[in-house]
Design a protein around this ligand. Sequence first.
Ligand SMILES: Cc1cc2nc3c(=O)[nH]c(=O)nc-3n(C[C@H](O)[C@H](O)[C@H](O)COP(=O)(O)OP(=O)(O)OC[C@H]3O[C@@H](n4cnc5c(N)ncnc54)[C@H](O)[C@@H]3O)c2cc1C
Length: 389
Amino acid sequence: MNKKYDIVVVGAGPAGSTAARFAAQSGASVLLLEKDREIGIPVRCAEGVGEKGLETVVKIKPHWIAQEVSGVTLISPSEDRVDVESNEMGYVLNRKIFDYELAQMAATAGADVLTRAYVHGLLFREGKVSGVKLQHLDAELEVEASIVIGADGVESRVGRWAGLKTKTSMKDMETCAQVTASHIDVDERYCQFYFSNEKYPGGYLWIFPKGNGLANVGLGLSGEYSKHKSPLACLQDFLDAKFPHASILTTVAGGVPCSPTLEQIISDGLMLVGDAAHQANPVSGGGITSGMIAAKIAGQVAGAAIADGNVSKKRLTEYVNLWNKAEGNKHKVFYKLKKFVYNLTDEELDNAARILLDMPIEKRTLVNIFKSALIKHPSLIVDIIKAFA
Ligand SMILES: Cc1cc2nc3c(=O)[nH]c(=O)nc-3n(C[C@H](O)[C@H](O)[C@H](O)COP(=O)(O)OP(=O)(O)OC[C@H]3O[C@@H](n4cnc5c(N)ncnc54)[C@H](O)[C@@H]3O)c2cc1C
């Protein structure tokens, strides 16, 4: 490790490793820092992704995939089950391997990677970000950089240190509990989603199969409700009722910011990507692919800015514009949608399920699902159709 790099990336999750890879590919010198001992562990994720989005950022390797899925089963409060075939293949990943290899790809592209490197502050020169302070094992270190990319996840502090407004309101913070368990007997061709405003307010419960009866079973509740209702207790009730013979191999808790992208994700010499920038899909909470899409753009723009010798906020705005065009603007529509969907009563959710069940399976597209759920909100349906078009 050197004392000076063009770009330092904080956090080696999917977003950080991807930003480091693309920045290094553009010829910049890059350092990727991860506080944990090993990249990819612990996994706080249900590991579900769609093929199309992910392939825009990385060539998918078969050994990253625990289970292929061809669609989803939506389960209403009265337990009507609606199968929906997807127009793309879905995967439940093995993120321990996936995250590890994304970091390896960054290293292959030329980035230096350092684990057990806990970043605890930024360096500033003339009021502008100029590097990071970190602890590596017992050593206190300072590394200078022209650009710092904060990819430090949901608990991100890099943006705050740089003076950006990164606060999330409780209602937009999905509070999750998840187990990875065996003896989960479900149709492994589908990811399953349970909806109920009474049982899972502001969120949903999921079962993502990992093959041979293994599955990630989890629950997210809006932070507004998780103060009064424990996600882990709700999840345990579900498991006791549905899978009393399940063996629980791992239990994790975590949060996902389900809001549109933060208003400020750049400043002079600083960029935020992934959960640190609130780039997860506000409806589903899926943040792997969207964070990587943003990180690819951020890495490329950072590399080009270094080549230009201009790392000003104005120069880095290109990242914001390209991200908004790629996904950010869609997320604003999804956020509006989320507010309606999560306010639907259990009766309305049951009605929507019945409308869908009356449709032939080939007509159960994403747009039709939203149409049936939002039957009383035509203006929003127009927004949704525009977003998907
Ligand atoms: C229960 C749960 C289920 C989920 N399921 C899905 C799903 O099925 N599909 C999906 O797409 N998304 C899912 N998500 C969301 C997804 O996990 C995140 O959106 C994704 O991991 C974000 O990637 P990231 O690289 O931005 O952040 P992270 O993956 O969180 O990586 C951040 C990295 O930064 C490191 N770091 C943090 N602070 C520092 C520091 N100070 N110094 C050095 N390193 C630091 C961390 O150790 C970590 O490795 C789920 C989230 C949860 C909580």
